[in-house]
Write a protein that binds this ligand. Structure first.
Ligand code: NAD
Length: 412
């Protein structure tokens, strides 16, 4: 099938973005060189749905260098960059994605990449796997396995696995240490504030920031808000995480109390309706709301649109909603992942680690095809360690090595 993108003439700008990423992704470049020689994916069709910007494009090119036939789509209507999609098509890959897809177009792009009968699936949030198990069930037996990038996708896979419904092995890429320690915490921490700052052009110092969820992403988001000079309030449902937030120096309270206090709100829970109508009603005039969790359901946007008596676009990616009580609430990026809808996503060096794990996990699936009994598997420790060792090497750092005596002591 022919690619479906916005405009092939945009390719040069996309190619420049990928070139910048290539310079800053030494792990992927190392794998690109290795795969070019060893061709681990020769003859394999790979369907990929990840936020389609330059780092993802470089992962696609790395797998293509390893012999994969790549079929690429985006994982969120607002995170696809049209020039990057054009650059991939210019390189000969098949892409079905553009920025601002309707739900119907988004689903039709997913169908396009699945209809080729993929051997491997690279998913981010679980949409590809879900459709493979429903509309494309008859092609599922051809799939040797897949990799899932994010926490929300893994929650969906775990639910399917519990009911014994998974039809092929899936690797929990997010759970690798070299993924969530850095991507979710430092990647989200930096890129969320990059997205908010470049979109609002407002000061964060001295403001009150409410972070909903103190998981890996929430910790990074709160830490960087504090670094920018904000007073940070955390909301949680898990008592242990709540204590961790308190010990890290943040105030903790229910959203129902925090709603009246915040200047900025960032939801990053993976949960539904974390900010709802009751919360909107008590918010300050001018409060800024955004979401960094995978789906756009954390802020109840549907209800906000219903109850607003007036709405208007204030700046690119800022929509204002006036409530009957008079105050304006401003939502960034339609409540979709703020770091991708309003920015370029995580820094390149972070995605270098995450995507090295993705590429090596896909290679692991090819090499161990047939032996994988469990349907939901973790990234093998040796892959985590290999990526960590290489990363340290690129950082120019050395660490101590256990002496035989120390090893014996630790094992005794
Ligand atoms: N923006 C990005 O680039 C990016 C990157 C990685 C992950 N994600 C997504 O971000 C979300 C969070 O990921 P994570 O790795 O931090 O997950 P996590 O499981 O480590 O943390 C989620 C936290 O939210 C808390 N929580 C759940 N429901 C809540 C509620 N109603 N109110 C308050 N707290 C609640 C949980 O107790 C948990 O501590 C997921 O949807 C994930 O897919 C986004």
């Amino acid at each position: 099938m022919a690619s479906e993108i916005r405009d092939i003439n945009l390719w040069e700008s996309g190619a420049r973005k990928i070139e910048w990423v290539r310079r800053n992704c030494p792990l992927l470049t190392m794998l690109h060189d290795e795969f070019s020689k060893t061709k681990p994916f020769k003859g394999k069709k790979v369907a990929l749905s990840v936020h389609l910007e330059a780092k993802t494009a470089y992962l696609c090119l790395t797998m293509a260098a390893g012999g994969a036939e790549m079929y690429v789509t985006g994982s969120n209507p607002l995170s696809t960059q049209d020039d990057v999609a054009a650059a991939l098509v210019h390189e000969g890959l098949e892409v079905h994605a553009w920025h601002g897809t309707t739900d119907e177009e988004y689903n039709s792009h997913i169908k396009a990449v699945l209809s080729v009968g993929p051997d491997i699936i690279i998913d981010d949030g679980g949409d590809l796997v879900h459709m493979m198990h429903t509309e494309f069930r008859d092609l599922a037996s051809k799939v040797i396995g897949g990799c899932e990038e994010t926490t929300t996708g893994i929650l969906r896979l775990e639910a399917m696995n519990r009911e014994n419904k998974l039809l092929f092995p899936m690797v929990r890429v997010n759970n690798a240490q070299m993924k969530h320690f850095f991507d979710n915490r430092y990647g989200t921490g930096q890129s969320v504030w990059d997205g908010i700052n470049r979109t609002t052009n407002l000061i964060v110092a001295g403001k009150i920031v409410v972070v909903a969820g103190y998981g890996w992403c929430g910790k990074g988001t709160a830490m960087r808000a504090k670094g920018l000079g904000a007073r940070v309030i955390v909301t949680e449902i898990n008592p242990v995480k709540a204590i961790e937030a308190i010990m890290d120096g943040f105030d903790v309270m229910p959203m129902k109390e925090a709603a009246a206090l915040g200047d900025f709100f960032v939801t990053v829970t993976g949960c539904d309706k974390v900010i709802d109508e009751e919360d909107f009603a008590v918010m300050k005039d001018g409060a800024i709301l955004c979401n960094a969790g995978h789906f756009d359901c954390e802020i109840d946007m549907a209800r906000l649109r219903e109850i607003a008596v007036e709405s208007k676009e204030m700046r690119n990616n800022i929509m204002g909603y006036r409530l009957s009580s008079g105050q304006w609430l401003y939502v960034l990026g339609e409540g979709r992942l703020v770091n991708l809808a309003c920015g370029d996503g995580h820094p390149a060096e972070i995605m270098d680690m995450s995507f090295a794990i993705q590429a090596l996990s896909a290679k692991y699936l090819v090499e161990h095809h047939g032996e994988l009994k469990e349907k939901l598997i973790d990234v093998p420790d040796e892959v985590d360690v290999e990526v960590a060792e290489k990363e340290l090497e690129f950082l120019g750092k050395h660490i101590d090595v256990l002496t035989p005596e120390q090893e014996a002591y630790l094992n005794s």
